[in-house]
Design a binder for this molecule. Structure first.
Ligand code: ZN
Length: 268
């Protein structure tokens, strides 16, 4: 089985001590590639330094910290050959760490950057539908993924109508708040489904035993795959092959880059 984790926050402090072990476990679990999520300018730079495919962007939580140089800085980082998307960017009206006007302004600015660079968009939307869709309707991105989809049916179909890919995380393994996804995931066209851990966040709640400090990591992607495949009533191998193909197409991973992009050399 070959899997692609389309979103892991590997620059997070919780991976500082043992990233090489984390990557080795991922590979042993069949997670062949990991796209490292950039959530601030500095974090995107750190992601670039890891030598893996990564995204360059500013999460809506940090929109208030954006300024006149932000887009130029992201453009510069995005010129790195391993930068496969712009984001994560979008709207988060759940936590509201940044004022809505700031969030909307920097979401649109980053989306426009992605369009001008012909790079796909890695999008975050939480409790922000329908505003999120209204902004995208104007921008009409050709390739964009609603990462970590957690919404309801109407929101899902609005995104599908916009042509978005949909990223499913371990949220679907949460019997308290993710059970609706077990049905909704069947409505996602096969060629638009992507899988991700969003590590170190969103550890699948039904994993036994729960990992140390409840830290999520890319090696747990097969657990999410199995839950998704079971919900679809299809063999996990088939869903693995499809979602991997989707991820490779979405991020143009086959075109990549130095061989080091896929296989970061591990410390001996
Ligand atoms: Zn997100």
């Amino acid at each position: 089985m070959r899997l692609v984790d389309i979103g892991a926050n590997l620059t997070h402090a919780s991976f500082r001590e043992d990233l090489d072990e984390v990557l080795a476990r991922a590979r042993a679990a069949g997670v062949e590639r990991i796209v490292v999520t950039g959530t601030t300018v500095e974090d995107s730079r750190q992601a670039a330094a890891l030598g893996m495919p990564f995204t360059a962007g500013v999460h809506p939580h940090h929109a208030r910290d954006c300024g006149p140089d932000t887009i130029a800085q992201l453009r510069d980082i995005a010129s790195h050959p391993n930068c496969v998307a712009i984001g994560e960017c979008g709207l988060d009206f759940n936590r509201n760490y940044s004022p809505h006007p700031d969030q909307e302004k920097w979401f649109a600015a980053q989306a426009e950057l992605g369009l001008s660079l012909k790079k796909p968009l890695f999008l975050h939307s939480r409790d922000a539908h329908p505003r999120f869709s209204e902004i995208l309707k104007v921008l009409k991105p050709e390739r964009a993924v609603a990462h970590c989809f957690t919404g309801q049916k109407e929101e899902l179909h609005a995104y599908l109508d916009l042509g978005l890919y949909v990223g499913i995380t371990g949220w679907i393994c949460d019997e308290r708040r993710g059970a609706h996804l077990l049905e909704l995931v069947r409505e996602i066209p096969r060629d638009r489904l992507l899988l991700e851990t969003d590590a170190p966040y969103l550890t699948p709640r039904d994993m036994r035993p729960q990992p140390k400090a409840r830290r999520n990591e890319p090696a747990f992607l097969p657990h999410i795959l199995k839950t998704v495949a079971h919900a679809l009533g299809r063999p996990a191998e088939e869903v693995a092959a499809e979602t991997t193909r989707n991820a490779e197409k979405f991020f143009s991973l086959h075109e990549s880059r130095s061989p080091a992009a896929a296989d970061r050399p591990l410390a001996a």
